[in-house]
Design a protein around this ligand. Structure first.
Ligand SMILES: Nc1ncnc2c1ncn2[C@@H]1O[C@H](COP(=O)(O)OP(=O)(O)OP(=O)(O)O)[C@@H](O)[C@H]1O
Ligand SMILES: [Mg+2]
Length: 485
């Protein structure tokens, strides 16, 4: 283990210089020995490194060079560490900064974090530890930058341009849509409300050979039961009160095209029988007609109900269920593909910024963080509506936490004591519990101004237990642990 701040040996004998001129890091420290030592280590790990001897020098070098990440000491002449961090963040808000010092305390750590420092290390620190934080910082930066630019490389690979998503689940969905579109089989799309069932149905039509004919949607839940039959199959003049003229049904309108039977789970049993007959015989009888008509329609059905459960309770016919679900497509809820949230936010922001004078530039890190952890019970529809509302109300500038409606802020995992729903994909219990524990400990320390005895009381722990935990978690390493505060 090589420690910075304890031993600084002849670094050239330890590290072979191996700069790949890829990621560019700047190190600011008035101590040349430390600078050279860290530089040699980072070069060896493949990073290109610039050196600065104080904050002022660092700001000038960052102005002139492309720099991706900054590592800085806090005790420096001219512009010192904290001042440097503040100036740098004002100049380059996206910059990832890792700061270190031998004289840290809780107050300093919290003002550094408030100023936007990504991680604070106390001297002496291990170089491997430094590298871990560098990697994490760079990953974080990539995620941040991806949140406000679309990645054409991936989008262009798919012909499905209007369905947003790059998560594994969405990429497999795109593949499935392309395959399904090429066939003529009946499709049953299931998924919670707002997951994009109608978008998927339309994409299947648009990518298939029927795309030069109509895509006709029917919302089975929105049409009164007694009218749905004639809406679907049409009627002849005088067949019932109010049938003042012969009318084409949606099936015929969709002839040689696609009929989208939305909310199919709401269809009443008597109509289910009639629908099944049409699907089997490929011909229908308009209400009041004496002769049947041939139709050539591709059926795509959708529901946000659990059709299998409806079949089990006999609310939905089993034979119709099997007839419809030749190709079943299950859309994932947004909470199971949270990685897509930044991309969705970005795309909807572009959409709702268009045709408006002011432009909302994006979200601040904390606001983005909250939305990325939110459970989105209304799925993409909820997210889309929120972005529209934020763009209209904010008008321009950057969305901050204070701009978010109460329910989003209130549902931050750190503030919630509600039991969370266990996602179908499962969770990593240990890491979630650990993260939860860390947050509560940090909150207790913040509330008590870093006083461990009072923080321990707030957490109903012994002071020594809290210190033990802090030591284990490396939350407050070094000499701070031995202090009586
Ligand atoms: N992956 C996505 N990319 C872009 N927009 C999406 C996506 N998924 C859903 N949307 C948008 O969210 C809204 C709801 O989508 P859609 O109507 O297809 O959902 P749904 O599953 O049919 O919901 P419901 O069951 O309530 O009818 C639409 O405005 C749609 O454009
Ligand atoms: Mg729908």
């Amino acid at each position: 283990m090589i420690l910075i701040g304890s031993i600084e040996r002849d670094y050239k004998s330890i590290f072979r210089v191996n700069s790949m001129e890829s990621t560019k890091i700047l190190i600011a420290d008035d101590d040349k020995k430390t600078r050279d030592f860290v530089t040699a280590f980072l070069n060896y790990k493949g990073y290109q490194v610039f050196q600065a001897c104080d904050g002022q020098d660092a700001l000038e070098k960052i102005e002139l060079n492309e720099v991706h990440l900054v590592i800085t000491d806090l005790m420096m002449p001219r512009v010192n560490g904290l001042e440097f961090v503040k100036k740098l963040k004002a100049m380059r808000p996206e910059m990832v900064i890792i700061a270190y010092s031998a004289f840290g305390n809780f107050e300093m750590t919290s003002s550094l974090l408030k100023a936007g420092v990504f991680f604070y290390l106390e001297k002496p620190f291990n170089l491997d530890e430094l590298e871990t934080h560098v990697k994490r910082g760079l990953e974080h930066q990539t995620l941040q930058s991806q949140s406000f630019k679309t990645r054409p490389s991936i989008r262009n690979r798919s012909r499905i341009q209007n369905i947003i998503g790059e998560s594994e689940k969405m990429l497999s969905l795109f593949e499935l849509i392309e395959k399904v579109a090429a066939s003529d089989s009946t499709v049953l799309i299931q998924g919670e409300s707002g997951t994009g069932k109608e978008l998927v149905a339309k994409a299947i039509h648009d990518l298939g050979s029927r795309n030069n004919k109509s895509f006709v949607p029917v919302n089975c839940a929105a049409i009164p039961d007694d009218l749905l039959e004639s809406e679907l199959f049409g009627h002849v003049k005088g067949s019932f009160t109010g049938a003042i003229a012969t009318r084409l049904g949606r099936f015929e309108m969709a002839d040689r095209g696609t009929l989208f039977l939305d909310e199919i789970g709401d269809m009443k049993p008597n109509l289910q029988v009639k629908l099944l007959r049409v699907l089997q015989n490929k011909e229908l009888e308009p209400v009041g007609a004496t002769r049947s008509k041939k139709v050539d329609v591709r059926i795509v059905a959708a529901t946000n109900q659990n059709l299998e459960r409806l079949v089990a309770t006999k609310a939905f016919r089993e034979d119709l269920y099997y007839r419809l679900s030749v190709i079943p497509i299950m859309l994932p809820p947004l909470r199971e593909r949270k990685g897509d949230i930044p991309l969705l936010l970005d795309n909807f922001m572009v959409k709702f910024n268009a045709n408006r004078q002011g432009k909302v530039k994006g979200l601040e890190k904390d606001a983005l963080n909250i939305l990325c952890h939110y459970e989105w019970p209304g799925n993409v529809r909820e997210l889309e509506n929120l972005v529209e509302r934020l763009c209209i109300i904010k008008g321009s500038g950057t969305i901050a936490v204070s701009d978010l409606p109460e329910k989003y802020v209130g549902r931050r995992p750190q503030a919630s004591s509600e039991p969370q729903a266990l996602p179908d994909a499962g969770i990593c219990l240990n890491s979630m519990v650990e993260e939860f524990e860390n947050r509560l400990i940090m909150q207790a320390l913040e509330k008590t101004g870093g006083n461990k005895k009072e923080a321990a009381t707030l957490l109903n722990l012994k002071r020594t237990t809290l210190i033990e935990k802090l030591k284990k978690k490396k939350l407050l390493p070094g000499e701070a642990l031995t202090s009586s505060r």
